[in-house]
Design a protein around this ligand. Structure first.
Ligand code: ADP
Ligand code: ZN
Length: 747
């Protein structure tokens, strides 16, 4: 008697697949299995057992079960199925994202001899004379065992001329190839928790101030109740939110439960895990999980969590799937961050998946932020979340003073085209004289935004994307920030051939250069993805700044997050406006968040801090309320706009992109999809499009866009599910329609 299993396989299809499992395999839900799929072996996970046997003959068998215990426990299977249906993501790809890297097995290409192959061998052997190629083919064909067993391609390739011979024999049908899974004999990497950091005594336990205490007491009460509950911890920058997280984690562990802490960036996992380790001790097994860990390490850490050796996990987005049991607490720090949304399939939001997981496991959630997303704050207002506020900085430190510098005014007075206004330069000079530090934020990578032709007005564009290339001076090339394509700087316009080219706009590279020219004696560092490519480099430069070996640090938004430097008395924002010009309903929110965050980097120690924000639109509400660090004022204005325009949090939104390398395919499928969606309209659903996407070409593909809105979430999910099913039935290519539910960007 075999049992039947539904297996999720890492293929871009929205279904699971039925396999038979021999009884002795003892396959169960949550276990990883090796199965034949098309002509290869694949590792998938059993998500359910099923009874259906009407197609029994066609059902193939599971070849191997990799786990003796389920890798995924029932709540995680349920979470995976939720992600697949809510985001309309291929279920197997969701589970692949949830599971550790498969280090136990490796894929091996095997070849077997066909009947035609045996005939061909006889034919070759009967020849009087053979060419070199034929001789190599004979050698390969004769290398097969007489019992008809398959043999590894790697072994045959080592025969003289074997590589070419295999190719020819496959083409003439003399051989058949398939990929099978072989168990690795080598032991997997053992998990070794980081040794306690030397500077871990640097983590003092602060006596909580009354607001911190009130917030922590509330979370503790939730933990004691042991039920799902969401708290939104809205605390201004420097209000000591971390201390509340730490107390909550201690309480969860004391109650015999585990804790999951999500942070928006890999770089932040290290510092926080050290802090936790210092506070909770080695026994808590604080473990870091993120996608940049080497596979072996990631797998070892994942299994340590699964075996219960780690009770606290700190990680980025994907750590939401960490196999913790008895989950008691989930902390999502900087819950508003866009990096919680995965941009590739499955396009899930780490925070929202964390909320669903907490609900499934009866855990308490703390969402922390100085600038909560509109979504979360609206939920707090409606009473769905409990709002906990830390309105003051710790130790009665004042918030930094923010001043707007009107760049129009500066230009009228100085006629200077430099990136730094007179006011900002003076302020930097003062800090240098006083021996304190300054951070300069310029939210653009590279040297110049783009290269423009004076004669025809065209910018030099990417070969594969409809986007202007950014000039990187150090590399001496124009670079596409979307696909990575780069080219030399053309001496003449590629469109009209005229030689009147000039560069427009300043990026981080250029601002650094201008600062060096202006302040030759200052010690200046730069922090952006071009300068800092590894964790090590990142830590080195931040370490140098923290140790006072640098006076100025210039960089992109990498600078804005999380750092706690006590000698920074000035933060300069070179241009506050960059995001405002983008075709994105979140542009104002992003601008406000960035300004508040960056202002939060000044005056965090004993020294008072100033913030100078350069802008062309000092009257814009995002900039006005950002300058005053007035979240309430921003929320009121922004909520009005979102409500009027039917944008989140007042409507559920999905972005659909239809794409293909051929424009006519993209256009035809977009028309078909429009017809599919048409009957849905009016029933609580609004469909905008098709229109050319803001990024009309990306990586060589043409892109058409639909925006779909509904005041009711369930209507949106149902309509999308129907539409995507209809796409398949209408012959629209698999993968031609990209669905992004709750999109963060609309490009
Ligand atoms: P936030 O995340 O809210 O911006 P942090 O948690 O980084 O703020 O705390 C800011 C600083 O205040 C840290 O250096 C932290 O050690 C310190 N701190 C936290 N709580 C207290 C307290 N109750 N008294 C004094 N200092 C505190
Ligand atoms: Zn490109």
């Amino acid at each position: 008697m075999s049992q039947f299993c539904e297996v999720a396989l890492p293929v871009p299809l929205r279904t699971t697949f039925t396999y038979a499992a021999r009884e002795e395999l003892a396959a169960a839900s949550g276990m990883r299995v090796v199965v034949p799929f098309r002509n290869r072996a694949m590792v998938g996970v059993v998500v359910a057992s099923s009874q259906k046997d009407e197609r029994r003959d066609q059902v193939r068998e599971i070849s191997e079960v990799l786990d003796s215990e389920p890798a995924l426990q029932p709540p995680l299977i349920e979470l995976g199925l939720w992600v697949a249906s809510y985001y309309l993501a291929p279920v197997g790809e969701v589970f692949r994202a949830m599971l550790p890297p498969v280090v136990e097995v490796r894929a091996v290409r095997e070849l077997s001899l066909t009947a035609a192959g045996a005939e061909y061998l006889a034919e070759l052997q009967s020849l009087e004379e053979r060419t070199d190629e034929e001789r190599a083919e004979v050698a390969v064909l004769k290398a097969f065992p007489a019992d008809g067993a398959a043999t590894s391609a790697a072994r045959l390739r080592r025969l003289g001329g074997g590589d070419g011979a295999i190719g020819r024999l496959l083409r003439r049908g003399a051989l058949e190839a398939r990929v099978v899974a072989r168990r690795r004999t080598r032991a997997t990497v053992e998990f070794e928790p980081d040794a306690p950091a030397e500077w871990a005594p640097d983590a003092p336990r602060h006596a909580l101030n009354p607001e911190q205490k009130r917030a922590l007491d509330a979370v503790r009460a939730d933990l004691a109740a042991g039920e799902f509950r969401v708290n939104l911890l809205h605390g201004v920058t420097g209000s000591g939110k971390t201390e509340v997280y730490l107390g909550a984690i201690e309480a969860a562990l004391a109650a015999g439960r585990t804790a999951l802490v999500l942070v928006p960036e890999i770089a932040l996992t290290m510092a926080l895990s050290r802090l936790l380790e210092a506070r909770l001790g080695h026994a808590a097994g604080v473990t870091v999980l993120h996608s940049a860990l080497p596979e072996g390490e990631r797998s070892a850490a994942w299994w340590a969590v699964r075996r219960g050796e780690a009770r606290v996990v700190v990680g980025t987005r994907s750590a939401v799937f960490a196999p913790l049991e008895r989950l008691g607490l989930v902390v999502v720090d900087e819950e508003q961050e866009a990096s919680y949304k995965q941009e590739e399939t499955p396009k899930y939001h780490g925070r929202d998946a964390a909320l669903v997981r907490a609900k499934l496991e009866g855990a308490v959630v703390v969402l922390g932020s100085a600038t909560p997303s509109l979504e979360s704050y609206q939920n707090a207002r409606r009473g769905k979340y409990r709002l906990l506020e830390l309105p003051m900085r710790v130790a009665e430190r004042p918030l930094a003073r923010v001043e707007l510098v009107d760049l129009r005014e500066d230009f009228r007075q100085t006629h200077s085209t430099r990136a730094l206004s007179e006011r900002l330069r003076m302020a930097i000079a003062e800090r240098l004289a006083a021996g304190t530090q300054a951070l300069i934020l310029i939210n653009r990578r590279g040297y110049s935004w783009f290269q423009l032709c004076r004669s025809c007005g065209a910018a030099v564009e990417c070969r594969d994307c409809s986007i202007a290339l950014t000039f990187h001076k150090q590399r001496g090339r124009l670079v596409c920030h979307y696909c990575g394509f780069s080219r030399p700087v053309p001496p003449a316009c590629p469109k009209c051939g005229q030689r009147y080219m000039y560069f427009v706009g300043e990026g981080a590279e250029q601002v650094e250069e201008q600062l060096r020219a202006e302040f030759p004696r200052a010690r200046i560092g730069r922090l952006d993805r071009d300068k800092v490519r590894t964790q090590q480099e990142y830590r080195k430069i931040l370490g140098a700044f923290a140790a006072g070996e640098l006076d100025l640090l210039v960089g992109t938004q990498m600078l804005a997050k999380g750092h706690d430097f006590h000698r920074v008395t000035l933060v300069g924002v070179v241009s506050a406006d960059l995001a405002l010009g983008l075709p994105d309903f979140r542009a104002a929110e992003r601008t406000f968040q960035l300004l508040t965050q960056v202002a939060g980097r000044a005056g965090r120690g004993e020294l008072h801090g100033d913030v100078l924000i350069q802008t062309h639109y000092p009257e814009h509400y995002a900039i006005q309320s950002g300058a005053r660090q007035d979240y309430q004022a921003f929320f009121e204005k922004e909520a009005q706009f979102r409500r009027a325009m039917h944008y989140p949090p007042f409507a559920a939104l999905a972005n659909l992109i239809v794409r293909d390398r051929k424009l006519e395919n993209a256009a035809r499928w977009a028309r078909q999809l429009a017809a599919i969606l048409a009957p849905e309209e009016g029933h609580g659903l609004k469909v905008l499009g098709p229109a050319a996407a803001p990024l009309a070409r990306l990586r060589g593909e043409h892109r058409m866009q639909f925006l779909i809105k509904s005041p009711r979430r369930t209507l949106l999910t149902q309509a999308l599910t129907r539409a995507i099913d209809a796409c398949t039935q209408n012959g629209i290519a698999d993968g031609a329609v990209l669905v992004d539910v709750d999109p963060i960007g609309l490009m």
